[in-house]
Design a protein around this ligand. Structure first.
Ligand SMILES: [Zn+2]
Length: 279
């Protein structure tokens, strides 16, 4: 999971969502009625999905596992628990079918104060709650929220662990390539590697690498990779540039699949955590 920027919604789609939300509230709709209303709203769902795909990492990856294509619109607070939130923009995220239907389903754990125990990657920094082992691809919780999120989304299922392990090796290799290409003045190829890094699944691996404090990064990743991670910070803010959060009036934001790419996502100043991420 990586932090994703949710643009403020304005215009016709925002109005449609607001109207449908008002109607559900006025009718004090049951979960069943809200679900029917959601199923009937195919045009709205299509527009929402296009926006969510634009917000997601890489090529429309699932906002939870970061591996598979996001095919479903997930209601963060499930319709069964909050029918009135069915059409709330802030409650809609992009998930793969497995995360949505096999893992999360209608689970939504809360703490004693009633606050969500699931990480919303469009509203907070997942890295504050999750620690990634680069060597095994396994997530460890940093908080109760992290523990519940790992459990509910099945973030440590073996395919994800193996995928992250491979992504770590791939990222290091691509970063070393990037350093080499830059050193020989081949900016064009370096740029391609940079863009390709931003389109990889498991964006969380590079995100975690970029959160690793410099001295630790040098020891664990090696000098070249560590240097590339630091240099990419500069590149991200000057050339690649994730579109800043802005209001959206249409059905797409930025280039398809391009607004959630991991390199610029990390351009948002996030101080490295005091605790290293490594095992
Ligand atoms: Zn998923």
């Amino acid at each position: 999971m990586i932090p994703l920027r949710r643009p403020r919604l304005e215009g016709p789609l925002a109005e449609k969502l607001a109207r449908r939300t008002a109607r559900l509230s006025a009718e004090d709709a049951t979960a069943e009625a809200a679900r029917r209303s959601w199923q009937r709203a195919s045009a709205v769902r299509k527009q929402v999905k296009a926006l969510l795909q634009g917000m997601s990492a890489g090529l429309a990856r699932c906002m939870y596992c970061g591996d598979s294509q996001g095919t479903d619109i997930d209601h963060f607070v499930p319709i069964a628990l909050a029918p009135a939130r069915t059409f709330l923009w802030d409650n809609l995220l992009l998930a793969c079918a497995h995360c949505n239907s096999n893992e999360k389903r209608e689970r939504f754990p809360r703490d004693d104060a009633g606050a969500s125990l699931l990480i919303d990657p469009t509203a907070e920094e997942p890295h504050d709650h999750l620690r990634l082992s680069f060597m095994t691809g396994e997530y460890f919780p940093r908080s109760g929220k992290g523990a519940a999120t790992i459990d509910v989304f099945g973030l440590n299922r073996w395919v994800l662990q193996r995928g992250r392990e491979a992504a770590y090796a791939r990222c290091k290799s691509m970063l070393r390539d990037w350093v080499f290409l830059r050193a020989e003045g081949n900016e064009r190829e370096a740029r391609r590697v940079e863009e390709s890094l931003g389109l990889q699944p498991f964006a969380d691996v590079l995100h975690a690498m970029r959160h690793t404090p410099a001295p630790v990064a040098t020891t664990v990743f090696g000098v070249d990779v560590s240097r590339a991670l630091r240099s990419l910070d500069v590149a991200a803010t000057s050339t690649v540039g994730l579109p800043e959060p802005r209001s959206v009036k249409g059905t797409s934001i930025g280039t398809p699949g391009g607004s959630g790419i991991i390199i610029p996502a990390a351009a948002a100043p996030v101080p490295p955590p005091p605790h290293a991420t490594l095992r």
